[in-house]
Design a protein around this ligand. Structure first.
Ligand code: NAP
Ligand code: ZN
Length: 359
């Protein structure tokens, strides 16, 4: 990482952390490294609340290292730039997503796929090369190597745009990599939460026909009238699911909890693709008969590299795509997490860090 005469010096930071598996967040003082030659320091203004934050807070994936300050949909203003920083100036609108470091030399890093680098450093619940822990965006400031900082387009709202830095890139990258962007094709979006609702908007911008496959009947009219989906399928209604058999070219599965894949594979056409981006804490059972007899494909995808994340932000700016958000104060975060666990959010909580986080 960066080296300067200031190396070893620390900057004071303040955020909200969970210290145990209850996941309850409370005020937390900590420090971050001084801004190095390659670094950008951000004053954080907004941070989205991703379901991955909740999985980690509750140690649902089994690798949480407490204390943990979550948050990886970070938008703010650059307040310091190192002397080697060419891409940013003090005062720029900038964003930080899921990763803040990688080895920069492996095959993945060389192909702009830093998100698949074996030495990836996640924005929180991870470790810097010097052994210090990474803390995320439920905090007042962050110091990040310029390679992992995004330009935040002028016409994107800072608050509603923040969720693009994880939710947006995750659905954009998976659709692009798996060739699920051809106009006129039929995409099913399973799970209408943070990722799912951005997927609907991006898919419509690609010209796809979109069906939301949801377990929440009360999301039907919003899915169609507010988000622009073409149709809605209630996953718990066997008759409706049966009537959709063999009707979709692709499914993007964003469901956060364990669920059966058979109904989803059944609604795919022959040669259909199901790509999961959801990360339930239990394995999903894979029925092979529909795969074999329908030549279907199941894949996965993890956020995106830095180049593609910038491309996605510029795409969303061009198409006026941002998240539908519920803006909250930091002291409302524990209630928000309880609601997120119940799929009760329309459709992403974003913390107003700039106006509500103070010691
Ligand atoms: P979210 O806002 O909570 O949305 C998840 C949706 O899944 C819910 O709104 C709900 O949609 C559906 N759902 C939840 N529990 C369910 C259940 N028991 N049965 C059926 N459906 C259920 O979460 P998110 O932030 O979009 O994240 C979704 C998942 O993606 C999480 O597991 C997260 O960790 C993961 N993720 C992965 C990546 C990646 O790079 N691959 C990036 C970010 C997040 P309905 O109400 O419509 O049914
Ligand atoms: Zn996320």
């Amino acid at each position: 990482m960066s080296t300067t005469a200031e190396e070893g010096k620390q900057q004071k930071a303040f955020g909200w952390a969970a210290t145990d598996q209850s996941g309850t967040l409370s005020p937390f003082n900590f420090s971050r490294r001084e801004n190095g030659d390659e670094d950008v320091t951000l004053k954080i203004l907004y941070c989205g609340v991703c379901h991955s934050d909740l999985h980690v807070l509750k140690n649902e994936w089994g690798f949480t290292s407490y204390p943990v300050v979550p948050g990886h949909e970070i938008v703010g203003v650059a307040t310091k730039v190192g002397k080697n920083v060419t891409k940013f100036r003090v005062g720029d609108r900038v964003g930080v997503g899921v990763l803040v470091g990688s080895c920069k030399t492996c095959e993945c890093c060389q192909q702009d796929l830093e998100n698949y680098c074996p030495q990836i450093i996640f924005t929180f619940n991870s470790y810097n090369p010097d052994g210090t822990k990474t803390y995320g965006g439920y905090s007042d400031m962050i110091v990040v190597d310029q390679r992992y900082v995004l330009r935040f387009p002028d016409n994107l709202p800072l608050d509603a745009g923040a969720p693009l830095l994880c939710a947006g890139i995750t659905v954009y990258s998976s659709m692009k990599y798996y060739g699920m962007t051809e106009a006129g094709k039929h995409l099913g979006v399973a799970g209408l939460g943070g990722l799912g609702h951005v997927a609907v908007k991006i898919a419509k911008a690609f010209g796809l026909k979109v069906t939301v496959i949801s377990s929440s009947l009360d999301k039907e009219s919003e899915a169609i009238n507010r988000l622009g989906a073409d149709s809605f399928l209630l996953s718990s209604d066997p008759a409706k699911m049966k009537s959709a058999i063999g009707s979709m070219d692709y499914i993007l599965d964003t469901v956060s909890a364990a669920h059966p894949l058979l109904p989803l594979l059944s609604v795919l056409k022959v040669n259909g693709k199901l790509v999961t981006v959801g990360l339930p804490n239990k394995p999903l059972e894979l029925p092979v008969f529909p795969l074999v007899f329908g030549r279907k494909l199941v894949g996965g995808s993890d956020v995106g590299g830095m180049k593609e994340t910038q491309e996605m932000l510029d795409f969303c700016a061009k198409h006026n795509i941002a998240a539908d958000i519920e803006l909250i104060r930091i002291d409302e975060i524990n209630t928000a997490m309880e609601r997120l666990a119940k799929s009760d959010v329309r459709y992403r909580f974003v913390i107003d860090v700039g106006n509500s986080l103070s010691q």
